[in-house]
Design a protein around this ligand. Structure first.
Ligand code: GRF
Length: 199
């Protein structure tokens, strides 16, 4: 059974692009199909990337209690939700419905350097300011708190002397693009074998 994926994105969508490229390269053997890209922002570049790839792209009102998002996901029979640079908190009703079927990627080694306000360059600035010698990428299940649910995969990246938020961000992003599609593929294949992740 092919898992129907809905990707939520608010911005430029480079992780979305990595997902699109990876699963299209698997062709018929892909355990997932990206059915939908949905955004709270009409101008999100991610929506354009979806359209260019022939994937349905929609916006929804993210100011309600989650009903609009649930409707959108329901309309497309989405099995699993993949957050790729989605900047809003997921309402509890949506977290409940997609419990252990919703994942996020964070450009840091959670539980460090995560939570509200910790996104984009802010993460890398905080890592450098802390003097940490290691940063990384975390793929995790989504729960009610920002950057909080159980960790699925992590990759550690060395912080070099003289690194800036920009140089660090570039290396972290490269790892994100490698790890996220493979983590999603792994989850899909484990679910197919009834080795469900649940928490
Ligand atoms: C990534 O760094 C991701 O870890 C975080 O938001 C950023 C999205 O970047 N959640 P992009 O839109 O995929 O380029």
């Amino acid at each position: 059974m092919t898992l129907r994926i809905g990707v939520l994105a608010s911005g430029r969508g480079t992780n979305l692009q990595a997902l699109i490229d990876h699963f299209s390269s698997l062709g018929e053997n892909s355990p997932v199909r990206i059915e939908l890209v949905a955004s709270n922002k009409a101008g999100a570049m991610a929506l354009e990337r979806a359209r260019n790839a022939g994937i349905q792209a929609e916006t929804f009102d993210a100011t309600d209690d989650g009903r609009a998002l649930l409707d959108t996901l329901g309309k497309h029979n989405i099995d699993m939700v993949v957050l790729a640079g989605y900047m809003k908190r997921i309402p509890p009703a949506v977290v409940r419905q997609f419990h252990s079927r919703m994942v996020n990627i964070h450009p840091g080694l959670l539980p460090e350097f995560g939570g509200a306000g910790m996104y984009g360059a802010k993460v890398h600035q905080a890592v450098i300011a802390s003097g940490a010698r290691t940063t990384g990428v975390t793929v995790h299940f989504v729960d009610d708190e920002f950057d909080h649910g159980p960790v699925i995969a992590q990759w550690r990246i060395k912080v070099n002397d003289g690194d800036t938020a920009e140089t660090l961000a570039a290396r972290v992003l490269e790892v994100e693009h490698a790890i996220y599609p493979r983590a999603v593929e792994m989850i899909a294949s484990l679910n197919e074998r009834k080795l469900f992740a649940d928490f």
